[in-house]
Design a protein around this ligand. Structure first.
Ligand code: HEM
Length: 156
């Protein structure tokens, strides 16, 4: 489960579902030589945060192991935002993604019907044609399904 979540986090690092959101400056401040007056609206970008060379080695590489061990520095991978306004749906989403991966990805081999399908921004990144797939149970899938069925049969 830990590795599955690392895979999900790496997918959201490379292609954040939400590209960013807004804040309001509560005080005057200067950042990187730019003066920002109190009250200005600021856009913070999830995607730019995820491709910061200072924190991500080999950032073009899809590498779930970067989340292992001590993981990443705080607030460097922020698909759900951070701080007091962080996404309240994060834990629900984690559960949904892990249940989905466990039941669908582990049991079936996925074949893309349109291997060249593009990802478009609308404004969220989504597969252009809705990602049609062919699900093929692999032999592990049959084992898992039959053990679920026999478990249910024993319970009833
Ligand atoms: C992959 C799924 C999701 C991603 C990547 C995501 C990402 C985000 C991000 C980046 C923010 C802005 C955080 C900030 O301003 O610092 C946010 C806010 C929010 N999200 Fe999510 N979210 C996801 C799923 C959900 C779900 C499933 C729910 C509800 C069941 C939800 C409810 C909210 C709400 C209500 C806010 C506004 C929070 C506030 O401004 O106080 N999100 N989300």
């Amino acid at each position: 489960m830990m590795y599955s979540w690392n895979v999900a986090c790496e997918a959201m690092r490379v292609m954040p579902p939400l590209q960013g959101t807004f804040r309001e400056a509560i005080n005057d401040f200067t950042y990187a030589g730019f003066f920002v007056p109190k009250g200005w609206k600021l856009y913070w970008s999830v995607y730019s945060t995820h491709i910061d060379h200072e924190y991500f080695l080999d950032l073009e590489k899809f590498d779930p192991t970067r989340f292992e061990g001590d993981g990443l520095a705080p607030h460097t991978c922020v698909p759900f935002g951070g701080g007091p306004w962080m996404c309240p749906g994060k834990e629900y989403t984690r559960l949904k993604i892990l249940v989905f991966m466990h039941n669908i990805v582990r049991v079936f081999k996925w074949e893309r019907v349109l291997p060249e399908e593009m990802i478009i921004a609308n404004p969220m990144p989504i597969p252009e044609n809705g990602l049609p797939v062919r699900l093929v149970p692999h032999h592990l899938g049959y084992d898992v399904l039959s053990s679920i069925r026999s478990f249910r049969a024993r319970k009833s």
